[in-house]
Design a protein around this ligand. Structure first.
Ligand code: MN
Length: 202
């Protein structure tokens, strides 16, 4: 079973003005599509072909750079589209809010720590919020298309937020102003989706 590029859960311009339509069109239709096709090519005819993406990443041979880069790219972007929404923004509630407050003191403390992780990732990569069994949340960042499901990568746990800080994610609209893009991301975060993932994976 080949992996398929998922549909965006909103229109290309759905996240305007925070993330522009042209960026979404290229990011989803070209970049994510490329990772998807290259992942399928990398696993064709191998035992990985019949596994789901989380199994592939959790048990990854980190020396297999084709699956590491393209399997990571496939999963990371699937998550990224899902945790944003045209009606996003605001703050988390319930048990996720409690976990964030326990770890970072307040929602503002979380925003500062997450923005710092995203801004200080040198070159291309991702910033993450992950949940560990027992409910603790942790922020980390990883290079390239790595993610914390992979063995020994980042803070471990299950990623419930992933923010793409590759230049292809923001350069058309924000040029070199990655911090402005990071702040804009907070306006489109889909906390309902993330809360549901937290509850499922805690
Ligand atoms: Mn990307």
């Amino acid at each position: 079973m080949a992996f398929e590029l998922p549909q965006l859960p909103y229109n290309h311009d759905g996240l305007e003005p925070h993330i522009d339509s042209r960026t979404m069109e290229i990011h989803h239709g070209k970049h994510h599509n490329g990772y998807t096709n290259n992942l399928n090519g990398a696993i064709a005819g191998s035992p990985l072909e019949n596994k789901n993406i989380e199994d592939i990443l959790t048990n990854l041979d980190m020396d297999n750079s084709a699956v590491r880069n393209n399997g990571g790219g496939y999963f990371n972007h699937c998550l990224f589209w899902e945790i944003m929404s045209p009606s996003g923004g605001g703050e988390p509630t319930g048990e996720l809010a409690n976990a964030i407050n326990n770890a970072y003191g307040s929602f503002d403390g979380f925003k500062d720590a997450f923005a710092k992780a995203a801004a200080t990732r040198f070159g291309s990569g991702w910033a993450w919020l992950c949940v560990h069994k027992g409910g603790e949340v942790k922020i980390c960042s990883t290079p390239n298309q790595d993610n914390p499901l992979m063995p020994g990568v980042g803070c471990g746990g299950y990623p419930i937020i992933g923010l793409d800080v590759w230049e292809h994610a923001y350069y058309l609209n924000y040029q070199n102003r990655r911090p402005d893009y990071i702040q804009a991301f907070f306006n489109v975060i889909n906390w309902d989706k993330i809360s549901a993932s937290y509850s499922e994976h805690k």
